[in-house]
Design a protein around this ligand. Sequence first.
Ligand SMILES: Cc1ncc(COP(=O)(O)O)c(C=O)c1O
Length: 383
Amino acid sequence: MNQHLRPEPVPFIDLVAQRRRLGKSVDEAVSRVLTHCQFINGPEVAELEGALAAFCGAKYVVTCSSGTDALLMVLMAKGVGRGDAVFCPSFTFCATGEVVAVLGATPVFVDVDEATFNIDPASLKSGIAVAKKQGLKPRAVIPVDLFGQPADHDAIGAIAEAEGLFVLDDAAQAFGASYKGRRLGSLGLATATSFFPAKPLGCFGDGGAIFTDDAELAQTLRSVRVHGQGSDKYDNVRLGLTGRLDTLQAAILLEKLKIFEDEIAARNLVAQRYAQGLGNVVTVPHVAAGCTSIWAQYTIRLPKGCDRDGFAATLKAQGIPTAIYYPKSMHQQTAYRDFPVADGGLPASERLSGDVISLPMHAYLDEPTQARIIKAVRGAFSA
Ligand SMILES: Cc1ncc(COP(=O)(O)O)c(C=O)c1O
């Protein structure tokens, strides 16, 4: 193809633009760590935990090595294991159910609401009944705040309370979003998030955090984070992990947190422009009343019968990347297909896996570039 005719490629997530905006601040933060050399548990780790707590209103923050380990550590701290049932939406990233299965407990997959992509409370009730019939002990529910939007936490919390479950919120994609005026991190027993680079608040590698108001849980998590260490460093009192966040990543996150509010506003503006430009050709995301999304993804649903691969190819030819989160729900994947599901199957999850597609979304998506994306999406339907 003639080089001159090739359209300028649009980034799906523009980390380079964010680096430009951060300027020297991140380099200087990294340089400070390289000077003091406290690469593990350096002062930036505690400073970050304090800043994250202040940001979301949680009493305790335990940073850790990834979003997956954040989920795993809470289940370990609560002693979840064989014979326990943990309820997860099926339409999610695999880590949500994986951590349950890794501990020998049983993930029970439940369906999601098609409008919000988040756990359907009626299907959760059905999943609990299925687990009991199979002789499993219902222990916990892991709602996921998918693509950046909070789940229906009041409804889930009420079911959890009635059934004696604890709630572990998987906010890996949603730190910075709010539910009824409260930032995620302060709902349920504990909240897990991820600082994977592509996340709304990402570091320059793997990282995560756990938020809780429960002092005892926070203390146990700090022990799990370092091999189950007790008050005597060489008397390990439980099983644990090497689950720490590196000081370098904490230093980077401290700088990124300073511009996060501003980025949240920018992400909302981008989402608004998409909704205005695309609302009459595809199904654009619905944000439930009382919620704000952090727009980890901008995920649309294509009209019935639309060829999704063909649509993606049409955009790609114009330099516009897309991604499919998730082409298979968890209960449809090889490693998970033998685990129980709620009665009646999970038709909404399966439909979503068949027709969703995500468009470029980040805080630095300027208006002309976004207009190009909107025009390409609209054009794909008029063709
Ligand atoms: C919903 C969800 N849960 C958990 C995780 C795991 O986070 P990490 O990649 O930091 O382990 C992710 C990461 O994409 C996620 O999207």
